[in-house]
Design a protein around this ligand. Structure first.
Ligand SMILES: [Zn+2]
Ligand SMILES: [Zn+2]
Length: 343
């Protein structure tokens, strides 16, 4: 076993360095995972940019919370995991004893530890994680897809809260990775018609391939035209996946009667939107939001393993770890698709 490993260490705003650091030593309840793939998430970008509000980050730290790998070592007290197991990791470690953990609201744990945000994560050759955070992956599932379990699990929690019924009409705003996953989950939930609003042509193309019935370029439409078009469809559910104040306002305007508006895209903590309560009243809207991935990791993995959800076609070709600082720094590069680091 090597003593040191390659890692991308975040030292502060716009400062990430590829370094040789010590391989972590595992505690008795932990396993050491040799990372295979680790996804680059919007959260990593926010942290790189020094945005406040997304997890308590204390540099120097190794980021990366969407990863899969092979168990290399197992702590003395661990049951049900062995060296060689293929796993992915739920990065949110709960304390188990705070008032939220004790009332089935563990994802609001007062002492949550985020792997890859608060403690060292997957942008390194090895990560030490509590064994209970690992989910076993079958032989037939490729490791790159398995690394996408966490983002899909977050979408799945949001989808549960949308309460889409067979036959519903759904509008998705934003066709990045998350929007494209929401599109597929809407179809799996029985939506009869799914529309996608997205200004980037290549992303609309991808949405079409993944089953969107209608792709709208909102930029090409004159004021009020988009809302009018949407009212014609009387959407039962609008899922906002862009996280911009403008698109959140658009989501409320585009919703049909009795619709659910899911605010899924992450805004900055201080962003504020203009909302007319009368619009919510006159359409009897339900406004909802969704926070991380409580108990949806196993279902997300099942969807990936059975090939029900495509988590790969929207990804760029995997990049080496050395490329990560450039990906985080270059917003233009990131418009090409989801980035995944391959070890
Ligand atoms: Zn993420
Ligand atoms: Zn707790």
């Amino acid at each position: 076993m090597e003593k040191t490993m390659k890692a991308a260490v975040f030292h502060g705003r716009h400062d990430m360095r590829i370094e040789q650091i010590e391989v972590p030593k595992i505690k008795e309840n932990e396993v050491l995972v040799k990372v295979a793939y680790c996804g680059v998430c919007g959260t990593d970008v926010h942290i790189f940019e020094g945005d406040k509000g997304c997890a308590e980050v204390h540099p120097p730290i190794v980021l990366g919370h969407e990863f899969s790998g092979i168990v290399a070592e197992v702590g003395a007290a661990v049951q049900g995991r062995k060296a060689g197991d293929r796993v992915n990791v739920d990065p949110n470690v709960l304390c188990g004893s705070c008032k939220y953990c004790l009332s089935a609201k563990g994802h609001f744990c007062e002492h949550m530890t985020g792997i890859g945000t608060m403690v060292n994560g997957g942008f390194a050759e090895y990560v030490a994680v509590p064994a209970g955070q690992t989910h076993l992956i079958s032989e037939k599932t490729d490791m790159q897809s398995a690394a996408m379990t966490e983002p899909l699990a977050c979408c799945l929690h949001g989808m549960d809260l949308c309460e889409i019924k067979p036959g519903d009409r759904v509008l998705i705003i934003g066709a990045g990775m998350i929007g494209l996953l929401m599109l597929q989950l809407s179809r799996l939930s029985g939506a009869a018609f799914v529309a996608v609003s997205e200004p980037v042509a290549a992303k609309r193309e991808e949405a079409k391939k993944l089953g969107a019935d209608l792709c709208i370029d909102p930029v090409s439409m004159a004021g009020g035209e988009f809302e009018k078009l949407c009212q014609g469809y009387d959407f039962n559910c609008v899922i906002e996946c862009a996280g911009l104040t403008r698109t959140i306002e658009q989501a409320v305007a585009a919703a049909g009667k009795k619709a659910t508006v899911m605010l899924f895209g992450l805004t900055k903590p201080d962003d504020a939107v203009t909302l007319k309560p009368y619009d919510v009243f006159s359409k009897e809207l339900t406004l909802r939001s969704s926070y991380i991935n409580p108990y949806t990791q196993q279902r997300a993995l099942a969807l990936i393993e059975q090939g029900r959800v495509d988590v790969k076609s929207m990804a760029c070709p995997p990049v080496p770890l050395e490329k990560l600082p450039e990906v985080l720094a270059d917003a233009k590069l990131r418009t090409k698709g989801k980035y995944v680091v391959k070890f």
